[in-house]
Design a protein around this ligand. Structure first.
Ligand SMILES: *Cc1c(COP(=O)(O)O)cnc(C)c1O
Length: 378
């Protein structure tokens, strides 16, 4: 048996006819960039995320969403942005790209998300933004921090690339990932829970002036064509992506539910196979609706051997992420060293992502977990 880490062909069947109809419509119209398709998708994102009309701004990628968000929050050279070292590179890459300084705070060992107290303790007179990541599909509990950062004049930009559709219920209030802070950034890279047929991204903000500014920044800072108010970038969502994402958005909740069922079944299988002494399953915080962009366990020892064994047996498992950002060669100028963020470093040695995607079969999960048992019991 071979089981891939992700197989998009298994869910494509149910949207195939809709996707090809949309492609025909767009090719017949020969209108490919922004336009009606993008506007419709943006409106549907506003309603899905329960944001005021006009809050959603499509762009070319999740990385650009972060870049545009930082630009629209006036993050400039020398400004400090507090963020996590345990994430995909783009979170810090975009901060550094603007000449600003990523200031890291360590993460929580059970949720892998940034530790709020640590983040708050990093504030200096140069701090301009807080950039938490809702890693692997689970929201970080940022609602209190957003207020505390505001009191210090610091804006919150959420990296929601892995959490479109994740929610959190706290103090009787239901919050949607990306709609809690000042700006939310999403990625539609094909492997994300809501993924396109190429690159794509979205920035959202409740502040209508900031939304208008984002709309200008994505077209070279131009309000009226060929008149430039400020220097922006070229980062537009295209009609094909928007139309396909719009089709997938309607199924997102069903697909996210399916991922949650897969996560539940892994938990049950770990128990029935008696391997809970060797691994730690991902923890879902009280009130959180985790959408399992990735299903990431911690392996107490011999993680790399386990990975090699499973991969050789045909089960694709992966490490997200093997080297925390504070130890990346390109960030050596920031002056961090090994030992600065012990939890992130330990996670880098212990995490292992198992297959989770709509269409994954129970028999495949069963075969994978019994292989894990075979490894630990040998
Ligand atoms: C995927 C991802 C991004 C970047 O999104 P792209 O669309 O690939 O540019 C940023 N941050 C995180 C946490 C991601 O997982």
């Amino acid at each position: 048996m071979t089981v891939p880490i992700l197989d998009l062909t298994r869910s494509f069947g149910e949207i195939r006819a809709d996707v090809f109809a949309a492609m025909e419509r767009i090719f017949d119209a020969q209108s490919f960039i922004l336009g009606k398709e993008v506007k419709t998708f943006e409106e549907h994102c506003d309603s899905y995320l329960e944001l005021p009309e006009g809050s959603s701004v499509g762009c070319a990628s999740g990385t650009d969403a972060l870049l545009l968000a930082l630009m629209a929050c006036d993050i400039h050279e020398g400004d400090e942005v507090i963020t996590t070292p345990f994430t995909f590179f783009a979170t810090s890459g975009t901060i550094a790209r603007l000449g600003a300084v990523p200031v890291f705070a360590d993460v929580d060992p059970s949720t892998y998300n940034i530790k709020i107290d640590d983040a708050l303790s990093k504030v200096t007179s140069k701090t301009r933004a807080f950039l938490p990541v809702h890693l692997f599909g689970q929201m970080a509990p940022i609602e209190g921090a957003v207020k505390e950062f505001h009191e210090r004049g610091v804006l919150t930009i959420e990296d929601t690339a892995q959490a479109f559709g994740a929610t959190r219920l706290a103090d009787g209030e239901l919050m949607r990932a990306g709609a809690v802070g000042d700006v939310g950034c999403y990625s539609f890279f094909p492997t994300k829970n809501l993924g396109g047929c190429g690159d794509g991204g979205l920035v959202v903000t409740r502040n209508s002036e900031r939304a208008e500014r984002l709309r200008r920044l994505r077209v070279h800072g131009s309000g009226t064509t060929y008149y430039h108010d400020e220097i922006g970038i070229n980062s537009r969502l295209d009609a094909l992506q928007a139309a396909i994402l719009d089709i997938k958005l309607k199924r997102l909740e069903t697909w996210n539910e399916e991922r949650r069922k897969i996560a539940d079944y892994y938990r049950l299988l770990f128990k029935t196979n008696g391997i809970n002494e060797f691994i730690t399953a991902p923890v879902e915080l009280d009130g959180n609706y985790h959408i399992y962009h990735q299903y990431v366990v911690r392996v107490k020892s011999k993680r790399d051997e386990l990975m090699e064994f499973l991969n050789a047996e045909g089960f694709a498992v992966r490490v997200y992420y093997p080297l925390p950002l504070h130890l990346q060669p390109c960030f050596s100028y920031l002056g961090y060293k090994k030992g600065d963020f012990p939890v992130s470093e330990q996670l880098a040695d212990e995490v292992l992502a198992l297959p989770v995607f709509p269409g994954l079969k129970e028999s495949e999960q069963e075969a994978l977990v019994s292989k894990m048992k075979e490894f630990f019991r040998k």
